[in-house]
Ligand binder design. Structure first.
Ligand SMILES: [Zn+2]
Length: 172
C-alpha cells in the first residue's frame, strides 16, 4: 500500500509519516503519478487540503473493496451552489447525477471526488486516457465516468473528512 499526497505548494500537508508527498510539475503529473503507482501497488490518494488521521487511512487500507472514498464537502466557490455539498454523486435517472446528501444511506456512489480515495492495484490500469483526459483539472470526473461506463462504482466511507479549501466559507 502506497499513500500519497500531491502538492504544488508545501503547506498544510499531512503530518502522518507514511504519507509520501509528491510535487506536481505539470498538468499531467497528478494523473501520471496515480496511473504509474497503481500498476505496482494499492494506492491511497489524499488531496493536499483534506485532513486525515491514521485511523482513517487504516480504515481505507483494510477495506476489502477495490475503490473506496471518504466523504467531504465541496464549497460554493467551486460548485456555484448556495450551500456546501458532499463531493460524490449518484445516478438518479437516465443520465442525471446528483450530489449525495448527508442522509444518503447506500453503500456506493457512482461518481466520486478524489479527496481521499483508495485504488486497489491495477484498478486505474483498466482504463485508458487521452492526453487531454490526463490533465489534473478534470481527472477525477474522467476516471469516475469511465468506471461508471464499465459498471464499477465507489465504496463510500461515511465519515465526513475536513476539507480546508473552503473559499472563505466556514469549514463544516
Ligand atoms: Zn471501502
Amino acid at each position: 500500500m502506497k499513500i500519497i499526497q500531491c502538492y504544488t505548494e508545501m503547506k498544510d500537508l499531512s503530518e502522518i509519516k507514511e504519507v509520501e508527498k509528491i510535487k506536481m510539475l505539470c498538468k499531467h503529473t497528478y494523473a501520471d503519478t496515480l496511473i504509474e503507482l497503481n500498476k505496482i501497488d494499492d494506492i491511497i490518494n489524499i488531496e493536499h487540503d483534506i485532513i486525515v488521521t491514521q485511523k482513517d487511512l487504516d480504515e481505507l487500507a483494510n477495506c476489502k473493496h477495490d475503490l473506496c472514498v471518504f466523504n467531504y464537502y465541496l464549497y460554493p466557490f467551486s460548485t456555484g451552489w448556495k450551500e456546501p455539498v458532499l463531493a460524490h454523486r449518484c445516478k438518479v435517472e437516465s443520465n442525471n447525477f446528483t450530489f449525495i446528501d448527508a442522509n444518503y444511506d447506500e453503500e456506493y456512489v457512482d461518481l466520486a471526488g478524489f479527496g481521499a480515495i483508495k485504488f486497489k492495484k491495477g484498478m486505474l490500469n483498466k482504463l485508458h486516457f487521452t492526453e487531454e483526459e490526463r490533465e489534473w483539472i478534470a481527472f477525477d470526473s474522467v476516471v469516475s465516468q469511465k468506471f461508471h461506463e464499465i459498471g464499477i462504482s465507489f465504496h463510500l466511507h461515511k465519515k465526513i473528512l475536513k476539507h480546508t479549501h473552503t473559499g472563505g466559507y466556514p469549514c463544516k
